[in-house]
Ligand binder design. Structure first.
Ligand SMILES: Cc1cc2nc3c(=O)[nH]c(=O)nc-3n(C[C@H](O)[C@H](O)[C@H](O)COP(=O)(O)OP(=O)(O)OC[C@H]3O[C@@H](n4cnc5c(N)ncnc54)[C@H](O)[C@@H]3O)c2cc1C
Length: 262
């Protein structure tokens, strides 16, 4: 069915080529990668496991894996590892693009805000738990999932139909996407008078069939919890693995201090 867990160990170095400020809420960083990335073209929202330099020693230390490929998550790794999405990858030049949504604090965003040409970070792994298949894909996200959703829409197989519901902070965060008859895109701008608009629009949408839906999403943890419940209430016959709503971040907690699937 939809969930085919897949993780690839990379242990490569990413070197900054260029930094672009896309809007007041997004920094785009272009990297060259010293390894060639084997990205499964069927992955929905493929993610990258990044490792940042130790702030004191300035060393980038790659984490270990056990014999089953499971990450050995020491406290040091947890503190310096962060998950981001592939925004673009060029397999000819090994150039990779990551879009960082700006927030107040955190090792990743502080690094991105001061990044300059030739700065480096580590890339220890990548993967996705969800693949495109013939089911109707419903992509849902807040600003942190814009890169994953844009990538997935740009790489949609010809036979795949999808709807996307994306909430950003400002009109200038809306990204240009190719016109595609198989896709319906709903951009929402955050509005304090309508704090539940993302969930409300997903639930109000007239989605084509009920049997064959796959909901994929990335967003703040409490929003993710509410959305999982709302989807399961409306679509009570869905298999558990047809709802892949990931907690991308959690208010007040750094990555590693909460679980992505709760
Ligand atoms: C599979 C996956 C893919 C992801 N892809 C992307 C991506 O492509 N681009 C992207 O920008 N993010 C992405 N994220 C989210 C990103 O991993 C988190 O935002 C991460 O916490 C950022 O690390 P940090 O070191 O800046 O902040 P942390 O040290 O983890 O957190 C510090 C503080 O900042 C807050 N915080 C963290 N993220 C946000 C946020 N987005 N908005 C507001 N406050 C926040 C936390 O609540 C905490 O209080 C992804 C997450 C997952 C699980």
């Amino acid at each position: 069915m939809a969930e085919k867990s897949s993780r690839v160990i990379v242990n490569g170095l990413l070197t900054v080529i260029k930094v672009e400020h896309l809007s007041s809420n997004f920094i785009r960083i272009y990297f060259s990668c010293d390894k060639s990335l084997q990205i499964n073209p069927l992955w929905v929202g493929p993610h990258l496991k990044l490792i940042f330099a130790d702030p004191i020693t300035k060393a980038i230390t790659f984490p270990g894996f056990d014999e089953k490929g499971k990450l050995l998550l020491t406290e040091n790794v947890r503190k310096l590892a962060r998950t981001y999405s592939i925004r673009k990858y060029d397999e000819v030049t090994n150039q990779l693009v990551i879009d960082f949504a700006i927030h107040a604090k955190g090792i990743a965003i502080l690094w991105a805000q001061s990044a300059k040409e030739s700065d480096q970070i580590g890339l220890f792994g990548m993967g996705s738990k969800t693949v495109f298949e013939n089911s109707y894909l419903v992509l849902i996200g807040d600003i942190a999932a814009v890169p994953a959703i844009c990538y997935s829409l740009e790489n949609l197989p010809d036979n795949q139909k999808a709807s996307a519901f994306i909430e950003v902070k400002h009109q200038s965060d809306v990204m240009p996407l190719p016109n595609n008859d198989n896709v319906e895109i709903n951009w929402l701008i955050a509005n304090s008078l309508q704090p539940n608009q993302l969930i409300d629009s997903v639930i109000a949408a007239n989605l084509p069939t009920h049997d064959d839906l796959l909901f994929w999403g990335g967003m703040e943890s409490s929003l993710a919890q509410q959305l999982r419940h709302a989807i399961k209430d409306k679509y009570s016959d869905l298999n558990a693995d047809a709802v892949q709503i990931i907690s991308y971040w959690r208010e007040g907690f750094a990555e590693g201090e909460f679980r992505h699937r709760e």
